[in-house]
Write a protein that binds this ligand. Structure first.
Ligand SMILES: *[C@@H]1O[C@H](CO)[C@@H](O)[C@H](O)[C@H]1NC(C)=O
Ligand SMILES: *[C@@H]1O[C@H](CO)[C@@H](O)[C@H](O)[C@H]1NC(C)=O
Length: 337
């Protein structure tokens, strides 16, 4: 068994210590959990555990960590050395966090004032590390993205007080439903045909579970995570939209070796992107504007949703100005045109 502190930190590298009891709450919800069986594809990605059918239970995670010797609290040469400055983001639309009476278990990250109506805003549903209920440790990163003209509904609220110990697939799905019903329109000209699910660690697996069998989701972004258990990788057959992985170093981040496996198993022909930086499991969220993870994800989104050629080159061409490779990411990709 890994020490208790190790696995509590596992999904929670960027969460508050006060959520320890809520992490333990995951154990109590294990009964009736999804049982993988090749060829068995449940209708929806929901499960009795946080993170849904692509995720792992806390007890299985403890076993996994003791077997692999991974320490989710490890840091690498690119890990932030402290908390960065709080800004309104580096994009053209200074952004902030909003509470919204029409979506009370979430926090909206959006431009402070709606951009002009001719600026179409892609929509993102976000899930936290540990499937936690407070997104504020990601605010530098999420504000940075929003400042480039995105509306994000993040699971949870400041302080995490949403009446449940963790978020579920249903929490993230509520964000999609809300946007589809026009809830996000007050933040600008939101394009609900351009929807992404994205998250850190457990929140990344929640993103994949939410996108599973939900064709409203057109892109999936997993941060520092991929499927843990070999016996459920077959579920990737049902993933039909481009997937991007931004992970830490192979030897440090528990998500990185699994991303190697999942990337290879994605359906033939499916566009996919994978980039690895010398960080541990915790990324660079705390840095000013979310650091190198902020820059990488913003440019991935700008390429995907706005077809921005400069962003595309940064991601795909190591020799381009400001490329991810020049930022010391190790990059692999396939099936893009
Ligand atoms: C929106 O309209 C303004 C004013 O006409 C123009 O300057 C700007 O380039 C337009 N933006 C886009 C994204 O079309
Ligand atoms: C909305 O997003 C879709 C998918 O990227 C795109 O084809 C469409 O042109 C966008 N609509 C607007 C108004 O920008």
């Amino acid at each position: 068994m890994a020490p208790l502190s190790t696995f509590l930190k596992a999904f929670a590298a960027t969460r508050h210590a006060s959520n320890i009891s809520s992490v333990l709450g995951l154990v109590a919800r294990q009964t009736g959990t999804f049982v993988p069986k090749p060829g068995y594809f449940p209708e929806k990605g929901d499960d009795t555990i946080a993170g849904g059918i692509f995720c792992i239970s806390l007890s299985d995670l403890a076993t996994y960590l003791s077997k692999t010797g991974n320490n989710p609290a490890s840091t690498g040469s690119e890990s932030p050395r402290g908390q960065g400055a709080a800004t309104s983001g580096s994009g053209p639309y200074p952004a902030q966090a909003f509470t919204d009476p029409s979506l009370t278990k979430h926090t909206i990250f959006a431009p402070k004032t709606p951009p002009p109506a001719n600026v179409s805003l892609p929509f993102i549903a976000w899930g936290n590390g540990g499937c936690g209920t407070d997104p504020m440790s990601f605010k530098n990163f999420l504000i940075e993205i929003a400042s480039h003209g995105y509306v994000i509904a993040a699971d949870g609220v400041a302080g995490g007080n949403i009446g449940s110990s963790q978020t579920m697939v249903s929490t993230m799905r509520a964000s999609l439903d809300w946007a589809m019903a026009g809830g996000a329109a007050k933040y600008g000209n939101v394009n609900v045909t351009a929807m992404t699910t994205m998250g850190q660690s457990c929140g990344g697996l929640e993103s994949m579970s939410t996108a599973y069998h939900d064709d409203r989701v057109k892109r999936i972004i997993l941060l520092n995570i991929a499927i843990f258990q070999d016996d459920r990788r077959y579920l990737l057959q049902e993933i039909k939209v481009p997937v991007a992985y931004f992970v830490g170093a192979l030897k440090l981040d528990m998500g990185a070796p699994n991303a190697e496996k999942d990337y290879k198993l994605l359906n033939a022909g499916l566009p996919a992107y994978k980039a690895s930086l010398d960080t541990g499991h915790g990324g660079t969220y705390a840095a000013t504007n979310g650091g190198k993870f902020g820059k990488a994800v913003v440019n991935y989104l700008e390429w995907q949703w706005r077809g921005d050629p400069k962003s595309k080159a940064m991601l795909l061409d190591p020799n381009s100005a400001d490329s991810l490779v020049k930022d010391k990411w190790t990059v692999e990709y396939k099936n893009w045109t």
